[in-house]
Write a protein that binds this ligand. Sequence first.
Ligand code: FAD
Length: 326
Amino acid sequence: MPGGIWVYAEQKDGKLKKVTLELLSAARKIADEQKEELCAVLTGRDVAGLAGTLAEYGADKVYLLQSEDLENYTTDGYTSAVTALVREHQPSVFLLGYTVLGRDLAAHVAQRLDTGLFTDCVDVRLEDGQLVFKRPIYAGKAFFEGVCPEARPVMATVRPNVLPVNPPQAGRTAQVIEVNPQPGSIRQIIRDVVRQVSTRPELTEADIIVSGGRGMKGPENFRLLEELADVLGAAVGASRAAVDAGWAPHSMQVGQTGKTVSPTLYIACGISGAIQHLAGMGSSKYIVAINKDPEANIFKVADYGIVGDLFEVVPLLIQEFKKLKE
Ligand code: FAD
């Protein structure tokens, strides 16, 4: 009996990340076609309450790794605990989100298992009984499709917001298996977690992102973007030029050396559309660009372009969106 199709159930502060539900939905289909069980791996402290949601979104089995050591993510602790579990049960596939945590954990677990890992995938499908992983290359200019015919489990990280979520099946249950995690020797000890207080959605999970570039002219003008973001319930991002100028923190940077995002709507304000920026947001469903240069590269990828001064356009957008909300 194969060890199943596995999904890493990422949670933060006791709340499942949306990408977990996206992975479960995709993995459910694979599990059904492969006639394997769909198992979720849930790590943390006091997270057992999430098992029900995982079941409703498709998990047949939930491996629950709970301990004080796993309350906060550490590469050492999570890698040891998750690797031991994989070694014991030998899944055929192991999917994680392409998030800060998922990227780190997947790389370390794959290295320990000496197995194949596809990163930053935008699609996973079954073809002739073989899983095909699709990922962007050359900063999003082309796509690569790969298979991993031998090494098991085949591992992949999948970009958040690219896979659809199936509706939950109320009342569906899963077998919950409590595992006594063996975190091994943990060299990193988290003494305190300092949180940035924000009521806005997390950049990589946001459905709408309003981003600013060098065209914002200064840090004080990001207030304008925050106002637009708050009307839309959006997150605020930035280009590297804006981050390098010290107008926005690096945590807001979108692009090759920043975050990869896939929102439904990306509004680029005063951003020229350099290839390194497009690498991080090119898979957004709808791109709106506001730029005073009609030749700006961003218009080549934009679904809707507004040629104009953002300091005139953005206040008008805020005004109109506010009216729509009333
Ligand atoms: P600019 O290219 O200077 O564009 C500013 C735009 O604002 C212009 O198009 C201008 O017409 C417009 N504008 C000015 N005033 C107004 C106004 N009042 N109203 C409307 N429009 C206006 N970049 C990233 O973003 N993310 C990355 O992760 C990243 N990684 C990189 C990695 C490497 C290895 C390298 C070499 C570069 C990387 N870059 C990255 C930098 C990238 O090449 C660009 O330099 C950067 O994206 C430019 O940022 P920008 O579009 O804000 O600025």
